[in-house]
Design a protein around this ligand. Sequence first.
Ligand code: GDD
Ligand code: MG
Length: 344
Amino acid sequence: MKGLILAGGKGTRLRPLTINTPKPVVPVANSPFLLYQIDLMRSGGIQEIILSLSYQPRKIEDLLKDGSDYGVWIRYAVEGTPLGTGGAFKNAEEHIDSTSVVFNGDVLTSVDLAAVIAHHREKRAVATIVLTPVENPSAYGLVETTPDGWIQRFIEKPGPDEVTCNTINAGIYVLEPSVLSYIPKDEPYSFERGLFPTLLERKEPVLSFILDQYWIDIGTPQKYLEVHHDILSRKFMSPRVPGRGLERSLLPGGVVVDEKSIIDSDVTIRDHVRIENSVIGKNCKIDEGAHILDSVIWSGNAIDADARITKSIVGKGCYIGRSAILRPGVVLGDKTVVTDFSTL
Ligand code: GDD
Ligand code: MG
């Protein structure tokens, strides 16, 4: 059994964070996102993983290499021009010789993958799509099922009048290699608008598996912050999330770091700093009296005295000036300089 992760999207909705860091490896609780997906693949007994890349592939290859550091064997299928989700799967055809598990490269979940695979096998489906309930399906692929769990209809990004249920495609599939015959070679093709509707038209058995565990698509700044808050409040748990082993007795006077926050190594924290419900990356320097609340700060940032950062995301290597204020919703790309006393 092989795994394939679709990790070639441009991550447009996460700009400017994805200008230098492709979405599949943006840090989540200070670890590259794909490591959570690799962990999940392993939990389902999958050790051979194909990473399907298109945008900034070298950055991902340099980081994950052959996968041996993470207990898996990774190969790469790189597209010259993006081929879409289905075209990317077809592009990896030479590696697909048996039932495969495919992930959208931006979903974080604690689904029981072994149970999904067992369900797929037991019902002899050609494709099994994991579904999750959401409040507003319009940003996703809406999926209608029969009472016994077979998929009846698939509508990608439904308009308001097309929303007939609350179950959506969670971006996790088990696929038989036979579906490859429906996908054209070397041209853009989508699972969601092409393959899935076609399989249904051809009366192929397409099965659902309804998830009742944690699930999120990290692909927008709001969702990216939300996933961090879910990790900090332990709504999502993973061995990948670092412990909160901060040695408080070594902190300077008047510093408050709450029990939830995650602080990476080599972070300098000066007097009267306050950090709550936040993640701080490696090599950050936080000066006297700065307050960081509900925020995600990547590595190598300098935050000057008395700055106030609330519900914001700060990319790598930025300088946040003295007494500067980042109000809720600010997203800064790498190397941004915020001048002293500015408010964003
Ligand atoms: N290799 C490759 N090539 N990967 C791609 C390409 C491509 O051309 N286009 C997109 N991907 C990858 C993205 O990197 C991402 O991991 C995944 O495919 C899905 O693309 P998104 O752009 O994130 O799609 P979406 O979030 O709007 O919708 C998809 O995910 C929803 C769940 O989060 C659809 O699958 C929906 O049906 C689904 O509900
Ligand atoms: Mg997405």
